[in-house]
Ligand binder design. Sequence first.
Ligand SMILES: [Ca+2]
Ligand SMILES: [Ca+2]
Length: 213
Amino acid sequence: MFVVAGACAAEPEDPAHYPVVGGCEGAGAATRDPFVDCVDELRPRGASFGHDRAPAVVMGPPRGGGGLGGVDVLSLGCGGEITLFFDEPAIVDGPGADFVVFENPFALGDGTFVEPARVLASEDGVEWREFPCALAQRPPIGCAGIGLVSAESFDQGDPEASGGDSFDLKEIGLARATYVRLIDAGEAYYGHRMWCEGPSGGFDLDAIAAVIR
Ligand SMILES: [Ca+2]
Ligand SMILES: [Ca+2]
């Protein structure tokens, strides 16, 4: 269910392109899976790919693309943002990685074509902490959108088998998180807007999975 933005503190420039899905508190209680339970907010920048399939397109396990970039994704556009909600048991800090973000990077030459995003997490949706994301590195370190998605279906608790990008709440001093926010950083990373334009510009979100222990 989309509600067109309008009551937001920061009025979007084109409300029709900034659908907001709210009312996440309590969502997903019936499905105690490790995946996204609700899209709290979507603020794309120009992109539209997958939006007609939202919010389902970012819920559930990653689809991947069998070695290619997956297309079961939602594109943010450069500078676009999406905020996801996780109901109980949410994301809990335990040994090592606590959640994994899946984008659709693909092998290109000797490397990987990436569209990085900065990653933030919050326990209450009010106070946010950001994971360090080194965009000056090639490939970037600590950002989402870098790791190839190597599993077609996510095996709970085994981020190494599934690929994607793993994040440890301990790194930002959180014991628990119920919200994850992704902010596309493609233009900052590349220094140009070549990959920003069109419906599938910028970061493309496949799925996020909490590590269940
Ligand atoms: Ca941890
Ligand atoms: Ca991509």
